[in-house]
Write a protein that binds this ligand. Structure first.
Ligand code: DHB
Ligand code: MG
Length: 601
């Protein structure tokens, strides 16, 4: 379907916004009137620029407070409308958004709304313009799309239809199913926005917190499916008022925006199944990744990380035959230590490899979703893995699901040791990636659309340097879990990232690691006193936890035992044992960890 975006979604001047939309690959834009009013270019110049850029000007918006008014006010509204219609002709535009009256309406009567819209429709027809009437969630009288449609039906004018905006409908909890009752050709325009599920007044929610589809909590695929069932065939347009996107790079936001639409179109097509029409584009269907292939830590000198991995029981498997890269493994957990092009860099998580069944299809999907490709030097005979840069800069590699116990690329490593004993670590449980605040929502969309991971409900963790917002992106079977943590503004330096390894016997592993000299993150005694109060723990277990510096959590019948290593550069490791189907991450313990890390930093 055609794609469009309101200029209000982006930062910059009108012409910068237009260039960003065209560069990302949008078909058209909604011209937000204040952007035009503030522009030095004439309407004719904007029209000419849109043609040069290959963008259609799909919707002029908004025209406010038109209907439900006394006759004198309505006469003034007609005069105001005529000026805007003449302006639209200069822009070469044919559709104007009329939002329901929030301010000047005094007459709560559908007959009056319909008669006034009909009269406006006559005026618009003389300029070859169509009016799309939109119920704002905070409209004075019309605040529900179903009432807006009743008014439009009653106006019965070929130039008057409705504009549907997912935010106004879903924020109020109005059932979108009745959209299917509206004839598709009377839906003149469709605006799409997601939002986090907040409880606050709808106007502030709408003006500051809207998000691109896939970044919030609304069911937009289900919503769009209703609109498509109604027979709507116009553009899919984004209208996202958001404080962050208004101040960040418009080129980047525009790419993120188009990614959200391509993802949503595919989701709606899945939702519709065999009902889907021919114009709805699908993405390559790749299934979800089945596991973590590797985690890469990059550093100028990875020596300290090697020490910690050895203490945790990892085996050094060798150096890469042509690069300054080493491989450490335990069970199916593989850690690559990369010392290339890392001058001055403290150890940090640089890349995560995931296992997919069809890397080419996954790469094609990522390309279609405008994921920036990463190019790394590979030499003849080496396995070349497609990679993309996530919004936080983490490089995501797409590897093939291995046939045997080891990924094929591990054969490129030489002169290592063969794993000797029984491995206690079985695999990578989760990777925790710190997100700069301005890219957080983009990261949620990136990991859900490109990798097909599902966002879990967000959680706030109180740390001594600020609240850390956390959202886990995971595959259905839990083999991939990426915890995205928002960097609190109060922390000058980035929070460390971490890699958590799963094991079946964390007590033994902790004992062995201690014997090898591992420095764990210290846990205060107060924590264990509180544990004893909260849970009716076996005193012997409590003593073991206290002795080894292990943390503990419980959900239902499940139990979680875990510990953290000290931080090396910007990375630390965690070892976790999940008992009895425990599915969380020990969130209750996170404040203790954050405080201990701050104290030892
Ligand atoms: O917040 C507003 O005023 C506003 C304006 C136009 C829209 O389409 C909308 O959804 C909201
Ligand atoms: Mg709208």
């Amino acid at each position: 379907m055609r794609t469009s975006i309101a200029t209000v979604c982006l930062s910059g001047t009108l012409t910068q916004k237009m260039q960003a939309c065209a560069a990302a690959g949008f078909d058209g834009i909604e011209v937000f009137e204040p952007d035009l009013v503030a522009a030095p270019e004439s309407p004719e110049e904007i029209h000419a620029l849109s043609r040069r850029l290959g963008l259609t000007l799909d919707l002029f918006q908004p025209f406010r407070d038109a209907e439900g008014v006394d006759p004198a006010t309505f006469a003034a509204n007609l005069r105001r409308a005529e000026a805007k219609l003449a302006l639209m002709r200069r822009l070469g535009m044919d559709t104007m958004l009329v939002c329901s009256n929030v301010a000047t309406a005094t007459i709560d009567d559908d007959a009056v709304f319909a008669a006034q819209l009909r009269e406006l429709g006559d005026l618009a027809a003389s300029y070859d313009v169509r009016l799309a009437y939109e119920a704002l969630a905070w409209g004075r009288f019309v605040d529900d799309y179903r009432r807006a449609w009743q008014v439009v039906e009653r106006a019965d004018h070929p130039n008057v239809g409705v504009c549907l905006d997912s935010f106004h409908i879903l924020s109020r909890g109005h059932d979108p199913k009745e959209i299917e009752q509206i004839p598709g050709d009377k839906v003149f325009f469709l605006q799409l926005a997601d939002a986090p599920l907040l409880s606050m007044d709808v106007l502030s929610w709408s003006r500051h917190h809207r998000l691109f589809p896939g970044e919030g909590g609304f069911d937009l695929a289900g919503f769009l499916a209703h609109v498509l069932r109604a027979g709507y065939a116009g553009p899919l347009s984004l209208e996202v008022f958001n404080d962050t996107f208004r101040q960040t790079d418009p080129d980047r936001t525009a790419r993120q925006a188009l990614r959200s639409l391509r993802w949503l179109e595919d989701q709606a097509a899945r939702h519709l199944g065999s009902e889907v029409g021919p114009g709805v584009a699908r993405l390559p269907d790749v299934g979800e990744p089945s596991g973590v292939d590797f985690v890469e830590v990059r550093a100028e000198d990875a020596g300290e990380v090697e020490v910690v991995l050895a203490q945790l029981g990892f085996t050094f498997r060798g150096r890469h035959r042509s690069k300054a890269v080493g491989l450490w493994t335990q069970g199916e957990a593989r850690v690559v230590l990369n010392e290339q092009q890392a001058r001055g860099a403290a150890p940090a998580v640089a890349a995560v490899g995931v296992e997919v069944t069809d890397p080419d299809a996954s790469a094609a999907r990522a390309n279609r979703l405008l994921a920036p490709p990463v190019h790394r030097r590979t030499y003849a005979g080496e396995e070349r893995l497609a990679a993309f840069s996530a919004p936080d800069g983490t490089e995501v590699f797409l590897g093939r699901v291995p046939d045997g116990p080891d990924a094929t690329w591990t054969g490129e490593f030489r002169l290592g040791t063969t794993p000797a004993g029984p491995d206690l670590v079985t695999h990578v449980d989760h990777v925790n990636l710190v997100q700069p605040w301005q890219h957080y929502d983009e990261a949620v969309l990136f990991y859900s659309s490109v990798l097909g991971l599902a966002p879990q409900a967000p959680l706030d963790v109180a740390g001594p340097a600020g609240l850390v917002r956390s959202k886990v992106m995971r595959s259905a079977d839990g083999r991939i879990r990426l915890a995205l943590n928002l960097q609190p503004a109060g922390l000058r330096d980035r929070l460390p990232q971490h890699v958590a390894f799963a094991c079946d016997d964390v007590v033994t592993l902790a004992q062995q690691a201690r014997a090898r000299g591992l420095r764990c993150l210290p846990v205060p005694d107060n924590y264990y006193d509180d544990l004893a109060a909260r849970f009716d723990l076996d005193p012997a277990l409590l003593a073991t936890l206290r002795d080894l510096g292990l943390l503990y959590d419980r959900d239902g019948d499940g139990e979680f035992l875990h510990f953290y290593t000290a931080t090396v550069g910007r990375v630390f490791f965690e070892v976790v044992e999940r008992r009895g189907g425990y599915d969380g991450y020990g969130a209750a313990n996170a404040p203790v960890r954050l405080a201990a890390q701050l104290a030892t930093a």
